[in-house]
Every structure is written in C-alpha cells, then in structure tokens.
Design a protein around this ligand. Structure first.
Ligand SMILES: CC(C)(COP(=O)(O)OP(=O)(O)OC[C@H]1O[C@@H](n2cnc3c(N)ncnc32)[C@H](O)[C@@H]1OP(=O)(O)O)[C@@H](O)C(=O)NCCC(=O)NCCS
Length: 378
C-alpha cells in the first residue's frame, strides 16, 4: 500500500478512546446530500454497542495513524420463515474509513476481520443497515462481499416541539410493567423477523423508558379490548448526541423564521423545528404493535403521548421510529418526510455453509408485516 502495513486490532479504550472520538467527530453519519448528522459519543466510542450481549470494536492503523473503525454485536433472534427457528446474528455498524485512505481495501479488510470474529462466536448470519443511496457502502457489501438485500425498513423522524400534542379523550393509556410488556411481546411479536430472544434485557435496561398500551376508553385492558396498540421508548440521547451540519440554507431559514413566528404569535400552528445545530438527544420508539380496527388511531395517540413526554425532557429534539417496509403502522406514526428515510437497506450474509439455502429462502420470502428493530442497534 506504500504507507506501511495495515494493522487491524481490537479497540483498546485506554489507548484509542480519544483518537476514535476525534476520528468519529470528523466523519459524518449517512451520505445524504441534504442533511449531515454528526455523532458525539460522550467520551465512550463503543456506547452504541455496549448494551448488546456480546460486542467488539476494531480499529485499523497504517503506521501509527488511525484510518478506520468498525463495530459489531451478536445476539440470538427469531428468523421467521423458513425455518421457523432461532439464529445467532452478528450486526455490523459504524464502519468508517478516513476519506484520505478510501478505495484501498481498508473497509473490506475491517468487515472481513469482523466476520472472522462472528465465525469464531458461532454466528449464523451477519447483517448490516445502510441508506439505499450510500453507493460506497452498498457496493462494498453487496458487490464485493456477497451480502444480499434483505429488508427495507422505513425510518420515521419527528421533531419535538414544546407545544403539547392533544391526546384524544376517547383513548385510555396504560404504562405496562416490564414483566407484562415482555409477556405480550413474546406472545404477539416473537414470530416477527429478528425478534431478540433477550427482549427482557432490553425492556429492563435503564435506557428503556417504558412500554405503553392504548385502547378505547370504556373497554378493559385485562378483558382484551376490541382494538389496542403498544410501543416502547428508548432514550438514545443518554448514549450519544447528534448534531446537524451542512444543512441547506432553506432549512436554516425555516428554523429561524418558524421560531420567530412562534415567539411572536404563539397560536400560529406552524411546527417549530428545534435547534439541530447544537448537540441533541433523541427518543427511539421500538416494538410498535397493534391489533383491531381502531389500532391505527391508537398508535397515533401513543406517539403523541411520547411527543409530550419528549417535550418535557432536557435535550430530546427528535423522535425516531423504524418499522418494517410493509408495516402499515408507519401511516399512523407522525413524522416529517424531509427528515425521514423511506427505505433503509438491510443486507445479510450466511456465514455457515448449511445456512446458505435458508438464506436464499429468507430473502425471497416477502417481508412479514412487523419487523423488530432492536433499539440497541440504533
Ligand atoms: C463505505 C466505506 C467504509 C468504504 O471504505 P473503503 O476502505 O473505501 O472500501 P474498500 O476500499 O474496501 O472498497 C471495496 C470495494 O467497495 C466498492 N466501493 C467502495 N467505495 C466506493 C465508492 N465510493 N464508489 C463505488 N464503489 C465503492 C468498490 O467495489 C471497492 O472496490 P474497488 O476499489 O476495487 O473498486 C467508506 O467509503 C466510508 O467510510 N464511508 C463513510 C461512512 C459510511 O458510509 N459507512 C458505511 C456505513 S454502513
């Protein structure tokens, strides 16, 4: 390569923490031209994987210089059809290569090293998520490393305003105990794609703010209401902060003018964009499930409730939800199109020979209605 030997090794918090933070700060998340989001990991570069059962971060060095990073986590999930079975999956995230050293095989080498770690841990499938239009990432994983397109979930982003949303008086809201939430998720969602077997650990994690259910007022929760919906909330802002950079001028102008108008005329119904240029936190809504003819409205009410909760928090500026591409719940989840991503792309690869056939079946099967997006992988 002409720059010394490429060394890929495990992240060492004592030696690498500041260097990786600095490296991350210079790298944008996502390739979209319209908005760049920077992450601030608050002094803990592995905060995004720390809550997973098993995790690893690798760093790539050329000479003494840090030129790339990658992270991975492993868990046991339901792989729905076929076979209706459990699988050990390895999630790849946070792959970054310094822009000065791209197209020299460093990204591929990092992924291959992480796959070796997955294989050593008996992982059946490796998977990753990227924006559909991230050409470099799609080419690297699909063309070069034989990953196949698997799911296209939708990421919905809704800004938090300090104006409270109206909650319908016809809807009853109830906070569920962790044990009850776990039992309901196991009963209704355990056959959905990628349902994590350690759901109890997620719900019990201190970042999980709770699980709420909604049903029509006048009906009883214990008597199974005619329509119901539930969701859980994860406080991602406790782990890392986001900050907007390079926003188009129109976005900046809108931020300023809408705040001004809100100050001057409080009753003007113009949604106010929060100040995204300073580091902010966000809530992640996960485990959205609904049943019954009124359940769409109930999901909307739950989202409004979460919005009101967020508007009272110190630094939560957006609410993010990710649902399966064919999940019609997205029609009821408030979001701004300009901030959302209609097709996130998930790609997968079988790491064991005997899993190759089932992977073929898995990726040819139409996606199930609901997909469980693990908040630990945001
Ligand atoms: C995506 C990324 C990690 C690739 O790293 P890299 O070290 O340049 O990748 P490699 O050199 O191993 O590329 C391997 C192959 O991937 C494809 N590829 C990589 N970058 C590409 C690009 N910009 N355009 C088209 N193809 C690309 C090519 O097929 C390449 O092989 P080639 O150079 O022989 O043609 C790097 O561009 C990056 O850090 N991007 C910003 C962060 C990001 O988007 N991360 C991905 C999130 S999942």
């Amino acid at each position: 390569m002409g720059y010394g030997e490429l060394i890929i090794r495990s992240y060492d918090p004592q030696y690498d923490r500041t260097r990786v933070e600095d490296f991350e700060r210079k790298c944008e998340v996502g390739p979209a031209k319209r908005v760049f989001l920077f992450t601030d990991t608050l002094g803990d570069p592995i905060c995004r994987i720390r809550n997973s059962p098993i995790y690893k971060m690798l760093v790539a060095e050329l000479g003494n210089q840090l030129v790339g990073v990658i992270q991975g986590s492993i868990k046991l999930v339901t792989v729905h059809k076929p076979p209706n079975d459990l699988a050990k999956v390895g999630y790849i995230l946070g792959l970054r290569v310094s822009s000065l050293y791209r197209r020299r095989g460093i990204g591929s080498s990092l992924v291959i090293k992480l796959e070796e770690w997955f294989i050593a841990n008996d992982v059946d499938y490796a998977y990753m998520a990227t924006e559909k239009d991230n050409k470099a990432s799609v080419k690297l994983f699909v063309d070069r490393l034989s990953y196949v397109k698997f799911q296209t979930p939708t990421i919905l982003v809704n800004p938090v305003s300090h104006r409270m949303s109206r909650i319908s008086s016809n809807v009853e809201l109830a906070k569920l105990k962790v044990e009850e939430a776990e039992a309901i998720y196991r009963k209704f969602m355990s056959s959905t794609e990628f349902f994590p077997i350690d759901i109890g650990n997620i719900l019990r994690n201190k970042l999980s703010l709770g699980t709420w259910a909604a049903y029509p007022r006048g009906e009883s929760w214990s008597g199974v209401p005619s329509s119901w919906a539930m969701l859980s909330v994860w406080n991602s802002g406790e782990l890392f902060k986001l900050r907007l950079g390079n926003a188009p001028l129109s976005c900046l102008m809108y931020t300023k003018s809408s705040r001004l108008i809100e100050k001057l005329v409080p009753c003007v119904k113009l949604p106010c964009i929060p100040d995204f240029f300073r580091p902010f936190g966000f809530y992640f809504i996960y485990g959205v499930y609904r049943e019954g003819p009124l359940s769409g409205k109930l999901v909307r009410t739950l989202c409004r409730f979460v919005h009101n909760m967020a508007s009272k928090s110190k630094d939560c500026k957006v609410i993010v939800t990710e649902v399966g591409g064919s999940d019609t719940s997205r029609l009821h989840i408030p979001h701004w199109k300009s901030l959302s991503c209609p097709e996130d792309l998930w790609c997968i690869k079988a790491l064991k020979n005997e899993k190759k056939n089932s992977l073929h079946e898995l990726t040819k099967t139409p996606p199930t209605r609901a997909l469980f997006v693990d908040p630990r992988e945001v």
